[in-house]
Design a binder for this molecule. Structure first.
Ligand SMILES: *[C@@H]1O[C@H](CO)[C@@H](O)[C@H](O)[C@H]1NC(C)=O
Length: 468
């Protein structure tokens, strides 16, 4: 077949005049390149402008309607007294000291990070104009007036009941350290579940998977660890399947656990735990794709990389297929979502309960390779952007009916009193070129910048809130 080309007539582009012709082709290519460059920098400029104004956050009119951004600026307290020797050793950055301040129970600015009960969001009280507003970091009450206990959680939209279910760690117990060098913990109580139609008013559906009180050999024994529960619905079996991180006190078991139920509100039957594909697994998530195939993503090899692989058809196990992604990047707390056929993921660094900088990643295939495309956090103080607004990613929820609008769910951990950890919910949008150069693809990016905007208060567009 190829041989034939040799005898084909030269195309009209090729001419016999030789050098004169090729130099004009060169010239036109140059002009073309310059035009492209110009266009690219123009688009980039436009994007920078829109980022500066903080008002243009997406082309969709309903996204533009996102109301009441209030930007925050933290008043940095006077530096605390340090011994002259300590000060000499290491000059402290504002940065570090604010994270220290955040972690310090007796900090004078603690109320900024952990506003008190008086400011709690209570959807059941007469809120007047304040109705439906999210206040990231404030205490959030359920319909019975108790703080919502659904940490490290995820949300399932259940088509059958047209209801949102929020699952998370129920941590309403005392915080303690198992031994001197152990991280703060709360004994396992179980997985809490809350239901809502409007994503603001949440009814407590109880503990849908409870800890085991007595049997010390059981995965769910209270002295073990149950983190980051996520629930997906299997259309083929009609079952609700929960995946979670199961560990022992010292985080050496590093496994995933699976539970199943016929109803979104449980009770879930615990099945088993395992090391997926034979590897250690700590922070994890599951993602159900449009074609019904679900995937498990987990931090592995001592959190140095992530692994991704499809689940079996019934979602009750992994399959043999697994790919290593973000190798050597030391990321955890993965939250995956999809937009216009592209896959996106937000992760955090690994610094225990302390907040750190989030990163966004993108890929054409959920199996990778994944590109790291930069810190998605925008707005607020610089320190806010460098600490994921003093929180850690846990889930990204698509807002039904508004393409391109997502809610970023994160945990503002309170290691001094884990039950009092707060929720940081913020709008997440896609648009504009990404910040970082690509490793795996050249030329025009297939994916957009992921932007999570800081809002002191915000709510979903009115048109959406009116809908069921
Ligand atoms: C956890 O580690 C501590 C300190 O290394 C040890 O004393 C304790 O026995 C360990 N606990 C378990 C359940 O392995």
């Amino acid at each position: 077949m190829r041989m034939k080309n040799k005898y084909r007539k030269p195309t009209s582009l090729r001419c016999n005049a030789g050098s004169r012709c090729s130099s004009s082709v060169l010239l036109w290519s140059l002009v073309g390149c310059l035009l492209m460059l110009h266009l690219y920098s123009y688009i980039r400029d436009q994007d920078v402008h829109s980022q500066e104004s903080h008002l243009h956050i997406g082309r969709h009119p309903e996204i533009l309607e996102l109301e009441q951004f209030e930007e925050d600026s933290i008043q940095i307290p006077p530096p605390r007294k340090r011994s002259p020797r300590a000060a000499k050793r290491k000059p402290r950055k504002v940065h570090t000291s604010l994270i220290e301040e955040f972690l310090d129970e007796s900090s004078q600015i603690r109320h900024i990070f952990f506003p008190d009960q008086k400011t709690a969001i209570d959807p059941m009280s007469d809120n007047g104009d304040e109705t439906h507003f999210y206040y990231p970091g404030r205490i959030w009450l359920d319909t019975t007036g108790n703080p919502i206990q659904a940490h490290g959680g995820g949300i399932l939209y259940d088509d059958r009941t047209k209801t949102y279910y929020w699952y998370g760690e129920f941590k309403d117990g005392p915080t303690y350290h198992a031994h001197k060098r152990a991280a703060a913990r709360v004994d396992v109580i179980g997985v809490g579940c809350y239901s809502s139609k409007d994503l603001w008013t949440w009814k407590n559906e109880g503990i849908v998977l409870a800890a085991e009180e007595n049997d010390e050999t059981h995965d769910l024994h209270k002295l073990n660890v149950l983190e980051r529960p996520k629930v997906i619905y299997n259309d083929k079996t009609g079952k609700y399947v929960m995946w979670m991180h199961i560990d022992d006190t010292n985080y050496t078991k590093a496994s995933v656990g699976v539970a199943v139920s016929n109803f979104p509100t449980g009770p879930f039957t615990y099945l088993y735990s395992k090391r997926p594909h034979g590897f250690d697994s700590r922070d994890m998530t599951v993602f159900k794709d449009d074609d019904g195939i679900a995937y498990l993503l987990y931090s592995s090899e001592d959190n140095s990389e992530l692994h991704v692989g499809p689940l079996s058809e019934d979602y009750l196990d992994v399959t043999e297929t697994m790919r290593r992604i973000l190798v050597g990047q030391h990321r955890e707390a993965p939250a995956v979502f999809k937009h216009q056929g592209m896959y996106y993921m937000i992760t955090s660094g690994c610094t225990s309960w302390a907040p750190n900088e989030a990163l966004a990643h993108a890929s054409e295939s959920i199996m990778g390779p994944w590109e790291t495309i930069g810190n998605p956090c925008i707005g607020g103080d610089k320190i806010f952007r460098h600490t994921t607004f003093f929180s850690q990613s846990t889930f990204v929820l698509p807002v039904h009916g508004i393409p391109g609008l997502f809610i970023f769910l994160a945990d503002r951990w309170n290691p001094a009193d884990l039950r009092d950890s707060r929720y940081v919910w913020l709008p997440l949008t896609l648009g504009g070129p990404v910040d970082q150069p690509f490793e795996y693809s050249f030329g025009f990016p297939l994916w957009s910048r992921v932007s999570i905007y800081w809002h002191k208060k915000w709510r979903l567009p009115f048109s959406w809130r009116g809908k069921e």
